[in-house]
Design a protein around this ligand. Structure first.
Ligand code: NAG
Ligand code: NAG
Length: 440
């Protein structure tokens, strides 16, 4: 670029900036007049610290105040809900604009109580932004059965407590039975028939999280063995199974869904199929995988590269130590459906165009973070935070802000953020994933 055109650019920029430049530090012109103002020409970002002002264990009546902003509340208050959501009632001043609600506690889900267990779900009707994934939390008493059924979406599960024996038969006629223990996974491809049964490993049975790769999935709308046969003429059933009608005299007149049963043997084996066993197991001993340890916590990932059958769901199981954060990042193509198992968390979603909103979560809560929204997950409690990041994909992926900046020409980063050379040199070229607290 010639001296002349440089001068011309300075002149053009000075004209465009007009009065704004007066009193501001000298402008370092960029080469095109249409690029954004360098940051000294816009105000610096707020220095407010914006910590959460209380937590669910605080013994206070919360007020809608942050510093000099807001005021006391004179009307009625639902204090337990307000204590759980400091970032909703007294948001950080960095929040702005419109991000749809991204929190659903399973505690607010209507529960279906049956003899033998219960099931509650979260679908798009509860959490409208959760378009890609729906979740079910189910409990089976020891021996109780979630009956033989199938559905159009794939099913992925994480065992929360006790152990569950699953059975399935593939369209090719290969069969599979296995027991999943706490922290283990299972996966059934779309439409593949299966059943679940709590073992007697724990006298209280088994509880698990089910995830479906469609936000509209409705657990009450699955295809049940009993429901089907109750709606087929008896003579057709007899013809189909080549029996007399009496053989089917005692089939249930309506669906069972969840019902009590005798706990299965530890080593229960399915009949031998002439088609053999499926090439890939439908369970995965995720609980036995050693996590990767970072300064702020641990991570382990299961997707189709390791749990080969799991073609449409990937998970990162994460722990974050007190004071640490899951680093600023995003997922390039897939929405995140998050389930909190233990601890307390704060998450700010950045949705472009200045839109940002902060939410607080605790055990039993679901978060939904659309792709490619920037976010972090901060442990705001005094105990380990434990959660699952779940995606509708065959491959887990994320982009780390720190790694992106560390691997970009430093001059370019400096022009954006006015960082010191030292700060830029210290940017980590490898993903930190979980960043420990700063020890001053
Ligand atoms: C399962 O639940 C029992 C009863 O609440 C509890 O004592 C146990 O620690 C739980 N196990 C796991 C793996 O969470
Ligand atoms: C963490 O400990 C501090 C100090 O005891 C307490 O004020 C705070 O309420 C605790 N946080 C939670 C989430 O329990």
């Amino acid at each position: 670029m010639s001296k002349f055109s440089d001068l011309l650019n300075v002149a053009i920029i000075a004209c465009l900036l007009g009065a704004k430049v007066q009193g501001a530090p000298p402008v370092n012109p960029t080469s095109t007049a249409s690029s954004a103002d360098p940051s000294p020409t816009v105000p610096y970002a707020s220095d407010d610290l914006n910590e959460p002002l209380w937590n669910p264990n605080s013994r206070i009546i919360p007020e809608a105040m942050r510093g000099t902003l807001g005021g006391s509340i004179l009307g009625p208050q639902n204090v337990p809900i307000e204590l759980e959501n400091p970032s909703i009632m007294a948001p950080p001043t960095t929040d702005h604009g419109k991000i749809p609600n991204a929190k659903w506690p399973f505690s607010l889900s209507h529960n279906r109580l049956q003899t033998g267990g219960w099931a509650r779900q979260q679908t798009v009707s509860d959490l409208p932004i959760a378009a890609e994934i729906a979740g079910v939390n189910m409990k089976l008493e020891a021996g109780a059965i979630r009956e033989l059924h199938w559905h159009k979406t794939a099913e992925w599960a994480y065992v929360l407590n006790g152990s569950t024996q699953i059975s399935t038969v593939t369209p090719e006629g290969q069969n599979y039975v296995a027991t999943a223990h706490p922290g283990d996974l299972w996966y059934f491809p779309p439409g593949q028939p299966h059943s679940l049964q709590a073992t007697a490993d724990s006298p209280e049975g088994s509880e698990f999280l089910l995830v479906f790769d469609n936000g509209n999935f409705d657990e009450s709308g699955t295809f049940l063995l009993t429901d089907w046969l109750a709606h087929v003429p008896k003579e057709v059933i007899a013809k189909n199974f080549q029996t007399n009608k009496a053989a089917f005299d005692h089939i249930p007149g309506r669906e069972l869904y969840i019902f009590p049963g005798v706990p299965p043997a530890d080593n229960a084996q399915p009949p031998v199929s002439p088609e053999g066993s499926p090439p890939e197991p439908f369970t995965y001993e995720f609980s036995k995988i050693q996590p990767t340890i970072h300064s702020g916590g641990t991570v382990k990932i299961a997707d189709s590269t390791t749990f080969k059958a799991s073609k449409t769901i990937a998970v990162a199981e994460i722990t974050v130590e007190p004071g640490a954060i899951r680093e600023l990042h995003w997922h390039p193509t897939q929405d995140e459906w998050t389930f909190f198992i233990e601890g307390y968390a704060r998450v700010t979603q950045f949705g472009a165009q200045s839109n940002a909103r902060t939410f607080d979560y605790q055990a039993g809560d679901i978060a939904y973070i659309p792709s490619p929204y920037g976010h972090y997950v901060e442990n705001t409690g005094n105990t380990t935070l434990h959660f699952l990041e779940i995606f509708k994909t065959d491959r887990f992926q994320d982009v780390s802000l720190a790694q992106w900046l560390a691997l970009t020409p430093p001059e370019l980063v400096k022009e954006h953020l006015q960082l010191s050379d030292e700060t830029i040199e210290n940017l980590k070229k490898q993903k930190q994933v979980l960043v420990g607290p700063v020890h001053a």
